[in-house]
Design a protein around this ligand. Structure first.
Ligand code: PEP
Ligand code: MG
Length: 579
């Protein structure tokens, strides 16, 4: 038995068989073979291509059952695998003429072609990730294994996925019913894969460093998403503890149901709970909990890892969602691509600091046609329910005005075409960049509502990359500086009566509930799985005590001091509730 520790990112418990997959980009060092081995090397390459083709054929058959969006990608894969002129012929030539081994020749030719495609006009650059995937699969066969991504897509039974890292695209493509838990070497609590795992309600532990080396496929593992712990080949006592903990967790989750979407503190302060979703199918889970409204719909997950939905498909999706939640609001956040939610169809060239680069609203401005298509789809869907539109990563009021300007011009266009839309759709912005929080007074003159994105607000305030495990210990939403920005935003909103919610992970983390309430937040938006953890915490709080806590934390010297104050608060509360 072995216990490994990582970051807590998605609560929940799982036990089962491990499947270890390496999903990262492959790198192959230069290598040559002796003259006499050249033809054998060419044959090895041909066999690897044939094996990859067989994998893809199997995938095509399965796609019809549960990987609908993959069908189009598979056509592209097969085209690459038959491309003699650009790919297969040149690889053989590199082996024969340069005496490179087949693995390096494949790596080199496929990488060169990827780079060439990137420089050409669309739609060619959009095929690069598929080419990279094919390269990885062929190299996997040349190295004697099956393609790692093929393993992921071909999950036949329920497994705990152990990977170096998973991109949101890979996570989005998985057959979710077969995944018991995610465990990764890399990643941090606020990475988008972690967020997606929380949405899917799949337990996850990330940032373990070298779990892919410590676990073998087929090993029996326990994943404790609450403690951020992974137990490899657990003993009987650990299994017994796991079973008892699972029973308690299931019982506590069944109990929560909100009246009118509202939770109450001990002194009867109302805290409205809204849902965070990334696709329409998550609405029933919110409704079962009595939640009335969605505070954050992350629309980019409709696009990631799948075919680009056109205006009509998007309209239908948004329309269904709005109708399902009517008369309660759905806050549709426009695409937040970029950084770790990279999509080759909207991503630009390689960036050294992608979180500080072309991301979110900046990418929407750069790809205005795509942005306008999304806005047309949302607006055309708006009569179906109570629609709100929110822009991500707004830096200041000028940027907000620019986004609203495009929205208004789309409205004019729709009016001219005689298309219906709700002219009273509320328009808001996320407060997730410090510059927006510091100039919130300007924004408040123009927005209908604001929502605090505490993940990015923490990342940008503390200069801590939310996905980097090396600095995960510094990612402290309770840092006095972050709390100061939240507090100032909250006070400013209160002064002018502007609705404010918090929708970052902090809002769905019960540890932080007293702080946010103490800072004046009365609306918290979170994934459905977090509700049974946050609502019981709210019921134990008293507004005056929360305010005292928040004031003390705002005045703390640093993150560690603020943490101690919060821990003391929790300790006192739990002693009181035991009495
Ligand atoms: C945030 O930054 O807190 C947020 C809600 O947006 P995302 O996590 O999608 O960047
Ligand atoms: Mg954000």
């Amino acid at each position: 038995m072995r216990r490994l520790r990582g970051s807590v990112v998605s609560e929940g418990l799982a036990r089962g068989e491990a499947l270890v997959v390496a999903t990262g980009e492959v790198y192959v060092p230069e290598g040559r073979v002796a003259e006499a081995m050249v033809e054998r090397e060419v044959q090895r390459f041909d066999r690897a291509v044939a094996a990859t083709r067989r994998d893809i054929e199997v995938l095509r058959n399965e796609a019809r059952q549960h990987l609908g969006e993959m069908t189009e990608i598979i056509g592209t894969y097969l085209a690459f695998l038959g491309d003699e002129a650009t790919l297969l012929g040149p690889v053989r030539r590199l082996v024969r003429e340069e005496r490179y081994n087949a693995t390096y020749a494949t790596f080199r030719r496929f990488s060169d072609v990827s780079r060439e495609l990137e420089g050409l006009p669309e739609p060619l650059p959009s095929r690069v990730p598929d080419l990279v995937d094919i390269k990885r699969r062929i190299i996997g066969h040349l190295r004697g294994g099956r393609g790692p991504v093929a393993e992921l897509e071909r999950l036949r039974r329920k497994v705990v996925i152990i990977a170096d890292d998973l991109s949101p695209t890979q996570t989005a493509k998985l057959d979710r019913d077969k995944v018991l838990a995610f465990v990764t070497d890399r990643g941090g609590p606020a990475s988008h894969t972690a967020i997606l795992a929380r949405h899917l309600g799949i337990p996850a532990v990330v940032g373990l460093g070298n779990v892919t080396k410590a676990v073998r496929s087929g090993d029996h593992v326990i994943v404790d998403g609450m403690l951020g712990e992974v137990i490899v080949t657990p003993d009987d006592e650990s299994v017994r503890q796991f079973q008892s903990k699972s029973r308690k967790l299931a019982a506590s989750r069944k109990k929560v149901h909100l009246g009118h979407g509202v939770a109450h503190t001990r002194d009867r302060t109302e805290i409205r709970i809204l849902g965070n979703i990334d696709r329409g199918e998550q609405v029933p889970a919110l409704q079962e909990l009595g939640i009335e409204g969605v505070g954050l719909f992350r629309t980019e997950f409709l696009f990631l890892g799948r075919r680009m939905p056109d205006e009509e498909e998007q309209r239908l999706h948004y329309g269904r969602l709005l109708a399902d939640m009517a008369p309660h609001p759905i806050c549709i956040r426009t695409m937040d691509f970029g950084a770790d939610k990279w999509d080759h169809r909207v991503g630009g060239q390689h960036e050294e600091n992608p979180f500080l680069g072309m991301r979110a609203i900046r990418l929407s401005f750069a790809h205005e046609t795509l942005f306008r298509t999304q806005l047309r789809a949302i607006l055309r869907a708006s009569p179906a329910g109570n629609c709100r539109i929110m822009f991500p990563m707004i830096m200041d009021v000028g940027e907000f005005r620019r986004a609203v300007g495009i929205l208004r011009s789309v409205q004019d266009e729709l009016r001219a075409e005689g298309q219906a839309y709700d002219p009273n759709t509320k328009i808001g912005a996320m407060i997730e960049v410090p510059s927006a929080a510091l100039t919130v007074e300007n924004l408040l003159r123009e927005v209908d509502f604001l929502s605090l994105g505490t993940n990015d607000l923490t990342q940008y305030t503390l200069a801590v990359d939310r996905t980097n495990p090396l600095v995960a210990n510094l990612f402290d939403p309770h840092h006095p500086s972050v709390l100061r920005l939240i507090s100032d935003t909250s006070e400013a909103c209160l002064r002018v009566g502007c609705p404010l919610s918090a929708c970052g992970e902090m809002a769905g983390t019960s540890d932080y509930t007293p702080v946010l309430i103490g800072l004046g937040l009365t609306t918290l938006s979170m994934a459905s799985r977090r509700v049974p953890l946050v609502v019981p915490r709210i019921a134990k709080l008293h507004l005056a005590e929360c305010r005292d806590l928040a004031q003390a934390m705002l005045a703390a010297d640093d993150a560690a001091h603020a943490r101690r104050l919060l821990d003391d608060f929790h300790r006192k509360a739990s002693t009181r509730s035991r009495r």
